[in-house]
Design a protein around this ligand. Structure first.
Ligand code: WT7
Length: 662
């Protein structure tokens, strides 16, 4: 953790605007109907009761939203914290809950996804639950024929396609643990993750479409697995028809694997705590963390929040724009809506193809009712002006969602107006890869303040602690903590017990053992509304994605001309933060513009386009502590023209002068 940043902070600016939700929505939404049935008089009374009685609450949610092969005998077991267990003894399978039970209930004809290709001359296509059921069964048999068994890891490096979700479901069905890697990651980023989880099989595609053009993916996948000894087979989806390099005996076409199999396949009965997936996310060190999630809890968290926060019902047309390779895609494109049998939109491409009207057009064409996206996308579209939304009919939209970073009030007002017709409330949902589902969010009946994520959801006791583990009063800020566990929480870091304990549980272990430290700071105003302030550690938030400063730095120092690197985030109107890298070059190397350009390209090839620095700036030295720790806080203050504070602890205080304004 960076020095001196975790003290409580004051609420500086008070937001006084309040948006009331439409009356009929507030009255009739799923969450409030539940509250009324239970006899709660106010929303706050309900939220408080559900926190205090969280075991009883989650027990009811698990029985309401999940189907069990065998009931659990204990709701939660904390005898080995920080390794919490949920629904002890229960038998379940995510595939059964997401697909199979809908077929059994006679709902196979319902559309799971309306798939919309990016290219406007390709046909849009509906995938029913029945079709997904049959294809996944065949694919699951295919995986078995390749020798994949329960507990094996399968890496999925695929674009935004229904087949990507089917690959996830096929793994879940047979008890294999999937690990998605966003297809925008470089081959190295992909390869590192495959090696870390020792995947037996890898899914990829020949390519994908971007801005109307087919782009290759298979060569990156090949490059990524070249040193991964664990990989026995590479399953390749044909999406573009691009010619692909082929390794005989290892590579298998997705469609051939599916065609050769029977549509009958038994779903594996899993223990509630058996792992469903590993998803890598950035922490404070260069090495990504493999967050593990379990079948039982994950069948509950995403479905419950889809029902309560997004108020999803069977007549909704729901669209979450996230890529399925991120946690938002796992919980809110794949598992959450599928568990509820919802109809979703899945759009392959970017919001500006063929023009900036594309998203609004899809909303009009499909009469989307609930829409979930990220602030960075809202700000990007806001910049294009009102002519695009005004061309299309968006009146079907009744509820909006936001995730990934703070939705600043200006973007909030715009989003509400141009996506929400000035009536749809915005569920600004705070959560993490680690939490598996929304943690702090308004509900459809909550009066909302722009820029605020409202309050902790029912079932959570989320609060703010100061450094000593005291709860901070309203009107000030602190570290976001969860003093009690929740079903869809992370279970472990793959093969890294030490970091798991250190990053999430050590901070308050001596005061309140079992308190989860989220790694974000927040404030609460006098009415108890929460405002997220950002990370406490050195993690950047670029376009809503976490990127560790350390990961970009280690990519830079891997270049032959770079001796040292320090990476900071510069506030960026659209992306939230832009990456700025300061580099100390090796002796004798000249700091040319070409070299700086080459370093940006180098980061792109090492980590992928998300991590490209907006600027690479050569410096003579960077400020460090006596123990050699780079003081990013000081660099950032100097570069942004803010007071650098006390620099007396630095080993090289004069180095501050070398940092230019950016
Ligand atoms: C981090 C988690 C969970 C889905 C997206 C990213 C930031 C998330 C909000 C929000 C302000 C937010 C936090 C969090 N974050 N939602 N509504 N307002 N900040 O998942 O990569 O695990 O990142 O994203 O800093 O810790 P992730």
């Amino acid at each position: 953790m960076a020095e001196g940043k975790t003290g409580t902070t004051k609420v500086l600016m008070e937001e006084t605007r309040i948006f009331e939700p439409p009356k009929d929505l507030a009255e009739n939404c799923n969450a409030w109907q539940w509250a009324k049935k239970k006899g709660f008089k106010t929303e706050q009374e309900m939220r408080d009761w559900c926190g205090e009685n969280y075991i009883e609450f989650w027990d009811e949610m698990a029985k309401t939203y999940a189907d069990w092969y065998e009931p659990y005998t204990q709701v939660m077991d904390d005898s080995e914290k920080p390794y919490f267990k949920w629904f002890v003894g229960g038998k379940i399978n995510m595939f059964y809950n997401a697909v199979e039970r809908h077929i059994k209930a006679g709902k196979g004809d319902r559309v799971a996804y309306h798939f919309i290709p990016e290219a406007t001359d390709q046909p849009e296509r509906a995938y029913t639950y029945q079709e997904i059921y049959e294809t996944v069964n065949k694919l699951a048999n295919g995986l078995k024929s390749l020798g994949v068994v329960k507990g094996d890891r399968v890496s999925i490096y695929m674009p935004m396609l229904p087949e990507t979700v089917m690959a996830m479901l096929a793994c879940a069905k047979i008890g294999a643990i999937h690990s998605l890697v966003f297809s925008g990651f470089s081959s190295k980023g992909f390869g590192d993750r495959v090696q870390d989880c020792e995947a037996k099989v890898v899914f990829t595609a020949d390519g994908f479409y971007r801005r109307g053009k087919p782009m290759p993916l298979k060569p990156q996948a090949d490059d990524g697995v070249k040193d991964a000894a664990s990989v026995k087979n590479v399953i390749v989806l044909k999406r573009t028809g691009l010619e692909v390099p082929w390794t005989e005996g290892r590579d298998v076409w997705f469609h051939e694997l599916v065609e050769s199999q029977s549509a009958e396949c038994e779903t594996e009965v899993m223990d509630a705590e058996d792992r469903l997936f590993i998803l890598y996310t950035s922490g404070t060190t260069g090495k990504p963390k493999g967050i593990e999630h379990a079948h039982g809890g994950y069948c509950v968290g995403p479905a419950y929040t889809c029902k309560w926060v997004f108020d999803l019902n069977e007549d909704d047309v729901y669209w979450c724009t996230a890529d399925v390779g991120w946690i938002t895609g796992h919980s809110y494109v794949a598992y959450g809506p599928l568990c509820l049998g919802i109809t979703s939109i899945m759009y392959e491409g970017s919001p500006d193809y063929p023009d900036f009207g594309r998203w609004y057009k899809i909303i009009e064409d499909y009469k989307v009712t609930v829409f979930y996206t990220a602030p960075t996308a809202v700000r990007m579209l806001m910049k294009q002006g009102t002519e695009w939304p005004e061309k299309y009919d968006r009146s079907s939209v009744r509820l909006l969602g936001s995730v990934g970073e703070p939705l600043n009030p200006e973007a909030y007002i715009w989003y509400r107006k141009y996506f929400g017709n000035e009536v749809s409330p915005i569920m600004d949902t705070w959560w993490q890869t680690e939490s598996g589902c929304h943690v702090i969010s308004p509900l459809p009946m909550t009066p909302c303040k722009p820029g605020s994520v409202a309050y902790p959801l029912p079932g959570f006791n989320t609060t703010l602690f100061d450094e000593d583990g005291n709860e901070v009063p309203l009107g000030s800020g602190g570290n976001i903590v969860n003093p009690t566990p929740w079903p869809s929480m992370l279970r472990a870091f793959y093969k890294d017990e030490v970091r798991y304990k250190k990053e999430y549980w050590d901070m308050y272990w001596n005061v309140k053992p079992g308190t989860y430290l989220a790694g974000d700071k927040a404030t609460r105003d006098k009415d108890g509304y929460w405002f997220i302030q950002g990370r406490i550690d050195d993690v950047l938030s670029v376009a809503g994605h976490r990127i560790a400063n350390a990961e970009v730095e280690s990519a830079l120092v891997a270049h032959k001309d770079v001796a040292e690197a320090a990476v900071i985030g510069k506030p960026d109107e659209i992306k939230g933060e832009a990456i700025v890298a300061f580099v100390i070059l090796n002796t004798g190397v000249e700091a040319t513009d070409d070299l700086m350009k080459a370093l940006r390209t180098h980061v792109r090839t090492s980590l992928g386009p998300l991590a490209i620095p907006a600027a690479v700036i050569p410096v003579q030295d960077v400020p460090k502590t006596r123990s050699g720790k780079i003081m990013r806080r000081v660099i950032k203050a100097k570069a942004l023209g803010n007071p650098t504070g006390d620099t007396s602890a630095l080993a090289n205080p004069e180095s501050v002068d070398y940092i230019p304004l950016i």
